[in-house]
Ligand binder design. Structure first.
Ligand code: HEC
Ligand code: HEC
Ligand code: HEC
Length: 142
């Protein structure tokens, strides 16, 4: 259902790429490549915590990296810290847990950031410096 939204969603610019992603991911799940999901009808990546994203979902699909880069420049170059587009915030809401209740890194196989990027051949180096899962303090909350 997430992916049908993805296919229909706005931007003409990337819609073809998205359709390819959707189809590829659908096949991947069908073939059981994302082994952590028992049912093929599960969303391809884990759903997020919270009621909504920091921007409308279609905007996030299209422009999330612009927000991140802008936020990084603000913080690193100007020393301005705001929570709205913080990378740590993305991780807090989008990291899933394993069956033991421990957070999984968002860049691990089948996880939120990775599952989408792997099929679009997007490589990000962010997590060589930034934590890919919420801090322990957060992980103790439900
Ligand atoms: C070489 C290490 C390094 C890499 C690689 C890196 N960052 Fe950062 N990033 C930093 C440091 C250091 C800060 C400043 C941290 C602070 O002062 O809070 C920062 C701050 C940020 C911030 C602002 C703080 C926040 O959480 O909102 C964002 C957003 C951000 N980086 C995004 C990214 C993204 C996206 C990537 C990958 C494309 C990336 N960074 C790759 C080191 C790195
Ligand atoms: C307060 C929690 C929260 C924060 C913080 C957050 N998100 Fe989200 N995000 C959501 C929810 C809820 C959705 C709706 C889809 C879902 O339920 O999984 C979503 C959807 C998305 C989607 C679309 C996924 C799809 O279905 O195709 C992307 C991409 C995304 N977020 C990226 C980010 C990035 C990047 C950040 C950090 C800048 C971020 N999010 C911060 C909660 C959050
Ligand atoms: C719905 C699929 C999807 C999800 C989920 C997703 N991304 Fe992306 N991301 C993309 C696509 C597609 C691109 C490439 C867009 C382009 O270049 O046109 C991209 C590009 C990026 C880039 C820029 C890479 C570059 O080389 O400039 C960053 C940074 C990034 N994503 C961070 C994240 C983070 C962090 C998360 C998880 C919190 C995330 N993305 C989740 C689809 C996704």
């Amino acid at each position: 259902m997430i992916w049908s939204g993805l296919i229909e969603c706005g931007s003409k610019r990337r819609s073809r790429a998205r359709r390819i992603v959707a189809i590829t991911l659908g096949l991947a799940v069908g073939m059981g490549l994302t082994g952590s999901y028992a049912e093929v009808n599960q969303p391809v990546f884990p759903s997020a915590r919270g009621d909504q994203c920091v921007e409308p979902v279609d905007v996030m699909r299209r422009d999330h990296f612009e927000f991140l880069k802008h936020q990084r420049d603000k913080t690193v170059h100007e020393g301005i810290r705001t929570p709205r587009h913080s990378l740590a915030g993305c991780i807090d809401c989008h990291a899933d847990k394993d069956p033991q209740g421990r957070f999984l890194p968002v860049n691990a196989k089948g996880q939120f950031c990775q599952s989408c990027h792997v099929y679009t051949a997007v490589k990000i180096d962010c997590f060589s410096c930034h934590a890919a899962r919420p801090s322990e303090r957060v992980s103790q909350s439900p």
